[in-house]
Design a protein around this ligand. Structure first.
Ligand SMILES: NC(=O)c1ccc[n+]([C@@H]2O[C@H](COP(=O)([O-])OP(=O)(O)OC[C@H]3O[C@@H](n4cnc5c(N)ncnc54)[C@H](O)[C@@H]3O)[C@@H](O)[C@H]2O)c1
Ligand SMILES: [Zn+2]
Ligand SMILES: [Zn+2]
Length: 446
């Protein structure tokens, strides 16, 4: 049995903790009659097994708790994190779980205790589900809410839990996601942000995750004026983290990745330097090259925006395959050895469990600060990021390569996974979406 399914069975046998104040494991209204409203049907993208997703039909979700909001989805997307679910790297998915943790839309229905929203209002949801009043929520550290996820395995394995998350497996509470035509938002007053008229869905959507995640990676790792910053991974998170590093005063940013992704960066972000790890000469390494590019000392700050599941060499590939580790340490070691003495490294790419061959010596001897940035606390930043969009300081559309239809999402996942058609961040429209806003890529159908 795959580890993902073994973990799910174990969780079912042990049972959840008693900390959650919102219902757990409602990942598809089809499977939970008390959560289904049969007045309308919807299309949604569901996980159907390891490396298998497809579009399914399900009843519309129903209000099940007084603080719920039902959102009619007008925009969603696929995230690098969804690939960890597709691959079964993030454990405890169940067949039929609706995915998607980034979405915006229009309020369709509100529960009797919802006070901030009414039907018809445009909103964006945060990827995490927070209660708004616990120890972490009071500090706006919403990704670590103590009341929305009662998963026992996560608690035992991590020594604490993250918040519940939309479309992100039973490991984070089991909530139906936003790659759908409707989504139920628990604690709607807390987890939705109104979108003003001058911010189209095509920009506002990315407040769900990417913008807050990359901004958090930059400020949490400590980028300050004059710093040289190196970023691993030129996906949407890496690109925005690069943009934000410059906004936060970095003197220079170098992105490490390979192939067309770097060409994309050169075209869209001309102030950012690139390093292609696949084009190194014999005897060269990312570390030696970065030193060469930065006075032989290395960057002040390094940020990991790739993920722990992408092994570079055979050793880690096999160790992961054999279950001897869940994540490779290659990127982290590369960051540590590249960074200047007493510099800082942040990890924002997803790491699931344990890793071998970690270079603890370099970390200790050279005084490197290694920071887990955590799942990003969206609520801490989304209002100020919205203002940055309105002021034109940031343009989320720079990272958006395609506009696609929800009904094609089953195919889009595999194109996204294989980076076909130079696909990176997509905007997924539904039957409820407005016509494309200015600057949005035109629709591609599959
Ligand atoms: N912490 C959070 O709150 C949070 C939120 C969203 C996403 N994430 C994570 O951030 C990561 C990036 O997200 P994304 O949407 O940009 O993903 P993505 O998959 O589009 O991009 C990842 C990039 O990393 C590159 N990469 C892989 N191995 C590399 C290596 N050895 N060296 C350099 N680059 C390498 C890939 O080529 C790819 O371009 C993912 O792991 C995602 O799960 C974290
Ligand atoms: Zn995401
Ligand atoms: Zn909370």
């Amino acid at each position: 049995m795959a580890m993902s399914q073994a973990a799910l069975k174990t969780e079912q046998a042990i049972g959840h903790g008693d900390n959650a104040t919102t219902a757990q494991d409602i990942t598809n209204p089809s499977n939970y009659p008390e959560a289904a409203d049969h007045s309308d049907k919807m299309k949604a993208l569901a996980w159907m097994g390891k490396n298998k997703v497809e579009i399914v039909e399900a009843p519309k979700p129903k209000i099940v708790e007084p603080r719920d909001v039902i959102v009619k989805v007008t925009g969603s997307t696929v995230c690098g994190s969804d690939l960890h679910l597709l691959h079964g790297t993030v454990v405890e998915l169940q067949e039929g779980d609706i995915l998607g943790h980034e979405f915006c839309g229009v309020v369709d229905e509100v529960g009797p205790e919802v006070s901030r929203f009414k039907k018809g209002q445009r909103v964006v949801a945060s990827f995490q589900i927070a209660c708004g009043s616990c120890y972490y929520c009071k500090q706006k550290l919403s990704s670590q809410c103590e009341k929305t996820n009662s998963n026992t395995i996560e608690n035992a394995m991590y020594g604490g839990r993250t918040a519940g998350m939309f479309g992100y497996s039973h490991f984070t509470g089991g909530f139906a996601g936003g790659q759908a035509e409707y989504t139920r938002v628990p604690y709607g007053d807390v987890n939705l942000l109104p979108l003003p008229d001058n911010v189209p869905d095509e920009k506002g959507l990315y407040l769900s995750d990417v913008l807050a995640t990359s901004w958090h990676a930059v400020v949490d790792t400590g980028v300050k004026k004059g710093d040289v910053v190196a970023i691993w991974g030129a996906g949407p998170i890496g690109q925005m983290a690069a943009d934000f590093s410059l906004i936060n005063g970095a003197s220079r940013v170098i992105i490490i990745d390979q192939n067309w992704r770097l060409e994309y960066v050169k075209k869209k972000y001309p102030n950012i330097n690139t390093l292609d790890f696949s084009a190194l000469r014999r005897g060269e390494s990312v570390t030696s090259k970065l030193k060469e590019m930065t006075n032989n000392r290395g960057p002040d700050i390094s940020i990991e925006c790739a993920a722990g599941e992408y092994a570079k060499g055979w050793a880690h590939y096999f160790e992961m395959l054999l279950g001897l580790e869940t994540d490779t340490s290659e990127l982290i070691n590369e960051m540590i050895t590249s960074t200047r003495n007493f510099g800082s490294c942040g990890i924002t790419g997803v790491y699931v469990g344990f890793t071998n061959h970690f270079n603890i010596g370099s970390l200790m001897e050279r005084g490197i600060r290694l920071i887990g940035n955590g799942q990003a606390p969206v609520h801490k930043y989304w209002e100020s990021l919205l203002a940055m969009i309105q002021e034109g300081k940031i343009d989320p559309l720079k990272m958006v390569s395609h506009r696609v239809r929800l009904e094609d999402l089953g195919k889009v996942y595999y194109k996204f996974e294989n980076k076909e058609d130079e696909m990176q961040k997509v905007f997924v429209q539904t039957r409820f979406s407005q016509p494309a806003a200015q600057g949005s890529p035109s629709l591609t159908t599959y």
